[in-house]
Design a protein around this ligand. Structure first.
Ligand code: ADP
Length: 631
């Protein structure tokens, strides 16, 4: 049973919250004033009886001021019975019992008044009591002002405490009410605005049909969809698809984040859930979109965390499920939860009648990327006739959101350069920034002409071998340093086949080694610039021999399936030996290509040294040797 259904009403909970905060403030005040009283009484108890007499009612002495000279005369004449000194203020009682006071002249810092410095000796000589006292010589009005001042001093931390507590409560109330005031929008987005995502659209179209005419489905006994989980990498259109779903069936759209429900205050989270569903029912037909639902969708194992955080989390999930279970088929509210990790969503949430439909979104394919570039370049002023297929191939692994950002950044580059249109060059520049993790780095300023030449040959080597051995389509070569890379060669596969053939893998190995080989050919020695290439080539080679069945020693044995204890030093040595042979064969192949086509290698390196970046037709021409033929 749901524990949340027995909980007090939201209003009562808020009142309890305020009462608890007020009680806390009062307790704090009480504690501080007790502490003060105690300190004062302890200090008082340590004083001698004469001092206590003076301090009990100093105004009786202060009311009868005398000149300092008169006090001195009385002292020297032996007429004084007791003296209390509080800084320059002196209270004294003469032997006749008169209570008098005087003020010794303050002669400045570190200077003791003549009489004041001899009071000790005089007290012994004349036999009067002398004591230090602590009195306030000011008038009642002055004292009142000081008390207020003092009170403020004591109260300041309290006021701050009250203020902070008040603010917290206010924010919490605002947060709770925030859900109430959050407006449901009516999106105009349609499924046609979402590029690709065909499977997701198909599943959501069914939900849309139900929402458009729930009666028709209910009449034949169909159960209304209540919850859908959209699972996919960030930026793949989960929000956009949900908006399109709302747009298609004319439904309202309310969007919240999973973290929206978390709260410092016990019970506030479930209030937010309640408010949200109330609002959705009022706005029906309505789609509630909960982004990053795994933020709330993970129930605790039952172990209570200190502070009750997990229990609160469970209560939020329970409340959400109670709300969803309480939907009638005609309520026409559907909850869409988005997540990047569907496995993190609580099992209970995925049961029938809850989030029982999982729809996946994925990264776009090359044709979809082409459409996305077309769409977003259509929204900025772009030059005509861009090579969209090539751009899309280069943008492998990018989400629609990345593509939208990439076009936007390209437009910013164009604007910064004072251009009126976004050119293909700017799009590539932006793609490089995205894929290599940054703008052109400062390293550029410290690269010597010799090193630049080496980088140009290195990249030309990669490009030429990739082209000749057909490791992929060479899209672009650049010798501008970005992030950790000193140069870059973009080689894309013509399609996104999930399988790699042995020939393709061998060509890729050769392509990876080609940078270093080109350096050897051009300069007679290699540099550290090939470290990453060698690492990746070694990974691929050991994989090919150890796991993919392309080696002779292991045949069809995959090291991934052999128990670790059976992989002894002999096996490891054989694996490494054969991987090394594979690398050496690839090296020989790439050397043959580079030596054979040395003119093209040099032509490309020179082109790069002149232009820094080469792509499109000029690149194709030099790689295919046409540029040399026509020269
Ligand atoms: P998610 O919710 O999966 O993180 P979004 O829906 O918020 O992704 O997508 C972010 C942006 O990316 C959208 O506003 C839209 O501009 C763009 N976008 C995402 N997917 C697509 C798509 N399939 N078609 C067109 N644009 C898309």
């Amino acid at each position: 049973m749901d524990s949340a259904s027995n909980s007090p009403s939201p209003r009562l909970r808020q009142k309890l919250l305020i009462a608890a905060a007020t009680a806390l403030v009062l307790l704090g005040a009480l504690f501080l004033s007790r502490l003060q009283e105690r300190t004062a009484s302890e200090m008082q108890a340590r004083k001698n009886a004469t001092a206590q007499v003076f301090e009990r009612a100093p105004e009786q002495w202060l009311a009868h001021p005398r000149e300092a000279s008169e006090f001195e005369r009385s002292v020297r004449a032996g007429e004084v019975a007791a003296v209390g000194v509080s800084g320059p203020v002196v209270l004294y009682t003469d032997r006749a019992g008169h209570q008098l006071s005087t003020r010794l002249i303050d002669c400045g810092f570190n200077c003791k008044n003549e009489l004041g410095s001899h009071l000790g000796e005089l007290s012994l000589a004349q036999g009067f009591a002398l004591t230090d006292i602590d009195v306030d010589p000011r008038t009642a009005g002055q004292r009142l002002i000081q008390s207020l001042d003092h009170a403020m001093g004591v109260m300041a931390p309290l006021l701050a405490f009250v203020g902070v507590a008040g603010l917290l409560i206010w924010f919490q109330m605002r947060g709770t009410l925030g859900a109430r005031t959050r407006l449901a929008e009516k999106p105009r987005t349609r499924f046609d605005d979402v590029i690709g995502a065909d499977e997701a659209k198909k599943a959501l179209r069914r939900v849309a049909a139900f929402m458009k005419d729930p009666r028709q489905y209910v009449a034949v006994g169909a159960r209304a969809p209540r919850g859908v989980l959209l699972d996919g990498p960030p930026g793949t259109g989960k929000t956009l698809l949900t908006k399109a779903l709302a747009g298609e069936c004319g439904a309202s759209f309310i969007s919240v984040d999973g973290s929206h429900f978390s709260s410092m205050f016990y019970g506030a989270g479930i209030n937010k859930v309640r408010e949200l569903f109330k609002k959705a029912r009022e706005a029906a037909p309505c789609i509630i979109f909960i982004d990053e639902i795994d933020g709330i969708g993970r129930r605790s194992s039952g172990k209570e965390a200190p502070g009750g955080g997990e229990q609160e989390q469970n209560r939020i999930i329970n409340r959400l499920l109670v709300e969803m279970d309480g939907f009638s088929s005609l309520d026409n509210v559907v909850v869409i939860g988005a997540t990047n990790h569907v496995d993190n969503v609580d099992e209970a949430m995925r049961r029938p009648g809850r989030f029982d439909l999982v729809v996946r979104t994925s990264l776009p394919t090359a044709p979809e990327r082409e459409q996305l570039f077309g769409l977003y370049l259509g929204q900025v002023k772009a030059t005509e006739g861009m090579d969209l297929p090539s751009i899309a191939r280069t943008a492998v692994g990018m989400s629609p959101a990345d593509i939208a950002n990439c076009v936007n950044r390209a437009a910013a580059y164009a604007a910064e350069a004072g251009e009126t249109r976004v050119s293909q060059e700017r799009v590539y520049q932006s793609l490089e920034t995205h894929q290599l993790g940054g703008e052109v780095s400062n390293t550029k300023s410290v690269i010597t002409p010799e090193t630049l030449r080496r980088i140009a040959f290195h990249e030309s080597g990669h490009a030429l071998v990739a082209h000749v051995l057909d490791a992929g389509s060479v899209e672009r070569v650049s010798i501008e340093p970005r992030g950790p890379a000193l140069g870059v060669t973009y080689v894309t596969r013509p399609n996104e086949e999930p399988l790699y053939g042995e020939r393709e893998l061998r060509s890729r190995l050769a392509m990876m080694l080609a940078g270093r080989e080109a350096e050897l050919i051009a300069f007679g020695n290699a540099s550290s610039g090939a470290a990453d290439d060698l690492k990746r080539a070694s990974e691929l080679a050991t994989n090919m021999i150890g796991s993919l069945g392309f080696g002779k020693t292991f045949g069809l044995l995959s090291m991934a399936g052999v128990p670790r204890e059976l992989i002894g030093p002999d096996v490891q040595k054989s694996l490494l030996d054969e991987s090394r042979q594979l690398l050496e064969a690839a090296q020989a192949e790439c050397r043959r290509v580079l030596e054979d086509k040395r003119e093209r290698l040099e032509a490309l390196a020179e082109l790069l040294l002149g232009q820094e970046t080469v792509s499109g037709a000029p690149l194709k021409d030099v790689l295919s040797g046409e540029a040399l033929a026509t020269a």
